[in-house]
Design a protein around this ligand. Structure first.
Ligand code: ZN
Length: 131
């Protein structure tokens, strides 16, 4: 087990990567299961942090992360949580098409902190998840 896996909290949600509450967007795939990521704020030139991960079967390993490429801003826990909740909603909806989307939303949102809920994008409420 690589040691940095124990120090980093890592999750991949679609085209986004979250490491210790920093959110990255996928830049490009590399060789041998590697992926390159940019901090979500690089688009606005607020931050130049990058990350490199490697996927081995289901496991995502951080090769370069916040320690190697420092961010110009603090991590955003609530935004990162919102990404995770959104991804979990999408996955539940995909895996259980028989469950009405409104019910998926309600069951997920029961456990969600109100601060996190406030960070979910509005479009969630204006698409297939609407009642
Ligand atoms: Zn950053």
């Amino acid at each position: 087990m690589a040691q940095n896996q124990e120090e980093y909290r890592v999750s991949v949600t679609g085209t986004k990567l979250v490491i210790n509450d920093y959110i990255y967007v996928r830049a490009r795939p590399g060789e041998n299961g590697k992926f390159y990521w940019n901090c979500r704020k690089t688009r606005h030139r607020e931050c130049t942090a990058r990350a490199i991960t490697r996927q081995i079967r289901d496991e995502i390993r951080v090769i370069k992360g916040p320690r190697e490429f420092a961010h110009s801003h603090p991590p955003d826990h609530e935004k990162a949580e919102a990404e995770t909740v959104l991804n979990s909603l999408r996955r539940t909806a995909e895996e259980h098409p028989e469950i009405p989307p409104a019910q998926v939303l309600r069951s997920e949102i029961n456990d969600v902190d109100p601060g996190v809920l406030a960070r979910l994008p509005d479009r969630l409420y204006h698409c297939g998840y609407c009642e």
